[in-house]
Design a protein around this ligand. Sequence first.
Ligand code: ATP
Length: 357
Amino acid sequence: MISTQQDSRGAIRLDGVAKSFGSTRALADVTLSAPAGTFLVLLGPSGCGKSTLLRVMAGLEAPAAGRLFLGGRDVAGLPPAARGIAMVFQSYALFPHLSVAENIVFGLRARGTARGEREARLARAADMLGLGALLARRPSQLSGGQQQRVALARAVVAEAPICLMDEPLSNLDAKLRAEMRREIRALQQRLGLTMVYVTHDQAEAMSMADQVVLMREGRIEQDATPAELYARPATVFAASFIGTPPMSLLRLEAGQGGAVIAGLPGHAVAPAEAAGGLLGVRPEEVVPTDGHGLPAAVLAVEFLGAETVLSCALGTAGQMVQARVPGHHAMAAGTPLRLRLPPPQHLFDAATGRRLP
Ligand code: ATP
């Protein structure tokens, strides 16, 4: 039976995992854990080590150091097939000469699952993913989204407690991607799967994850829920990675009555101790006003449909702040305006990039 219960076989724990390729350090001291049933997203820019970490979990790469527990079991030395995992790759990795049905049950057949059991699992997975009418087709006769569903069905029939996905939606157009995000999330919840999902798209991570592991240069930058990551980014890197658009970061210097934005004396925006640091402001919290506000000038206007992003220069030091405002605002570059910033919530040490307490 497909398990709808979360069971401890899905728990994940990594302890001090490291991996290098020659002189490239792909992973350094990666420690994390997630309970069974978690949707865990590995997020970060290209080259930060996300895929390598996934491949280490899968048993496709051997770590140079550290330990890895899947379902409470130390899996060092276990081949991929013995780890209780299913995998979905970006390329889908479907066999072109096999039908959809044969592709879906390929792994079961290889493992010698009895025919009756195979057919029952195929029927359930095909039903779950809406593939019933396509089972006799070849992959070349399917759309990208349908091929994606076949790859998902193949992971589902494995009935593994842990599913690993490496950028599975990157070949799809934006609309289909949004639809498949919801579908994958619903499937994961329905089956109680532990998901480890690699993406470089922060919006995808924020919308799907229970837990986001943000990576940078082979290390974990922050490990938090999407809400925490948004509300309390631990570093400047995390602050500038999350949000649409991400936070604006403004240099602060000592001024009258507190810290002021460099190039904009006379308007204290943070406590005096923050001078020399960086103030992060979310564009959705910056409000153009007719009354009191910081003097600014429009640099660029980007219309998004329901909202407009105004990129503005603040003061004389060339600092840029963005405001995301409802509606359509046609403003010429150079238009002066006044901006109200939110109370200072995100202050960072300029040298270390760390959040100030
Ligand atoms: P992307 O989003 O671009 O796929 P990623 O975050 O998944 O990036 P990895 O593919 O894990 O990053 O790569 C991490 C680092 O290790 C990179 O510097 C990469 O060039 C290097 N690397 C990965 N695989 C190999 C390999 N087989 N041989 C040599 N270097 C590798």
